[in-house]
Design a protein around this ligand. Structure first.
Ligand SMILES: [Zn+2]
Ligand SMILES: [Zn+2]
Length: 356
């Protein structure tokens, strides 16, 4: 029998403390409630939500363990209840998993009935006050606790950590946006923004058999990236967009969205999947919306089904696109301060290996 490692009693986490900034701190690994899952984080990626929240000081409840995206290994499951992944598989120590960013509140009637996706006030990873009963609540740490109501998915063995890590935020959002847009086969699709959500939506549209895919993106470097992910065309925001049937707005900006909406053909659908950092106002011609039967849809929250779709999509197609090239070489947790400040530059994601 191999020796059994003693369970860790202390975690190291990236803590956002408001005015004093981001620091790396210690936190106790708690005793697990029934069905809770303790994960040892192998790799975390710094999504735009983390960067925006810190830059804009948007988190209200401090201090907060940061981080949405990550991939890790199940270290323990709280005794007394089974923990089941979104694919229906029972979770057990040693399994490699990813997790979704939204978790049921654990208090409401929906959560009491285990219908966590119906919870009206879900909690979000990386947004919880640390003194709350859920301390290890962000991906940017050596350990993470996922309460009942969290979405976890097993990661197939061929998918590298750097590819799997963004599944829980960016790729699940992309899957939700594509889901919301309806069938894409034979339709002309325009994606606004070539961050990771936009690239995910683009790749999913290509695989779904879209008649054409166009990405609208202000930065030339990102336009080239969109082409390497299979876009038929990548246009600057000022360029006129050809007629289209579906628009997926992945943080394209309000002005661009309003302008591209003019290109939407009668009966077309626009899904707004941008992050909260978008300029929130865009003027919409309501008369045309009505006359041409356009559908203007918000995204809502990605749920467990979208996480499962994201993982299945990456497992089936990741080798066809340069996903790993747009994630940095991992740095240790002590590099997180700089990572939060500099993410969003040359590469799509800064990676952190918290246990390195
Ligand atoms: Zn995120
Ligand atoms: Zn709830």
């Amino acid at each position: 029998m191999p020796p059994i490692a003693a369970p860790a009693t202390t975690a190291r986490v990236a803590l956002w403390e408001g005015a004093s900034g981001v620091s790396v701190s210690s936190a106790p690994v708690p005793r697990l409630a029934p069905g809770e899952v303790l994960v040892e984080v192998r790799l975390a990626t710094v999504c735009g939500c983390v960067r925006d929240a810190v830059r804009e000081r948007r988190l209200g409840s401090l201090p907060t363990v940061l981080g949405h995206e990550g991939v890790g290994t199940v270290a323990a499951v709280g005794r007394g209840a089974e923990a089941v992944g979104v694919d229906g598989v029972s979770l057990a120590p040693g399994m490699r998993v990813v997790w979704g960013r939204d978790v049921g509140c654990g208090q409401c009637t929906a959560c009491a009935a285990h219908a966590y996706d119906d919870c009206p006030e879900p909690r979000e990873l990386g947004h919880q006050p640390m003194q709350h009963d859920w301390i290890l609540s962000g991906s940017l740490g050596t350990h993470l606790v996922l309460p009942r109501g969290a979405h976890l998915a097993g990661v197939p063995s061929g998918v590298p950590d750097a590819v799997a890590s963004p599944a829980g935020c960016a790729l699940a959002v992309a899957a939700a946006a594509v889901d919301r847009a309806g069938a894409l086969a034979g339709r002309r699709v325009v994606v606004l923004g070539a961050g990771l959500v936009g690239l995910g939506a683009l790749a999913m549209a290509v695989e779904a058999g879209a008649a054409s895919t166009t990405v609208v993106e202000p930065r030339a470097k990102r336009r080239r990236r969109a082409l390497s992910f299979g876009a038929d065309a990548a246009l600057d925001c000022d360029t006129r967009v050809p007629g289209c049937d579906v628009i997926i707005d992945a943080a394209g900006g309000a002005d661009t969205f309003a302008r591209v909406l003019d290109s939407l053909a009668p009966g077309g659908t626009a899904v707004v999947a941008g992050t909260r950092s978008q300029v929130p106002d865009a003027s919409v011609d309501l008369e045309r919306l009505s006359r041409d039967g356009l559908s203007l849809l918000g995204l809502g929250r990605p749920d467990g089904r979208h996480l499962a779709q994201a993982v299945a999509f990456l497992a089936a197609t990741h080798a066809m696109r340069p996903w790993a090239d747009i994630v940095s070489q991992p740095r240790g947790l002590d590099g997180v301060v700089e990572a939060v400040a500099h993410s969003g530059g040359k590469i799509a994601r800064v990676a952190i290996a918290p246990r390195a």
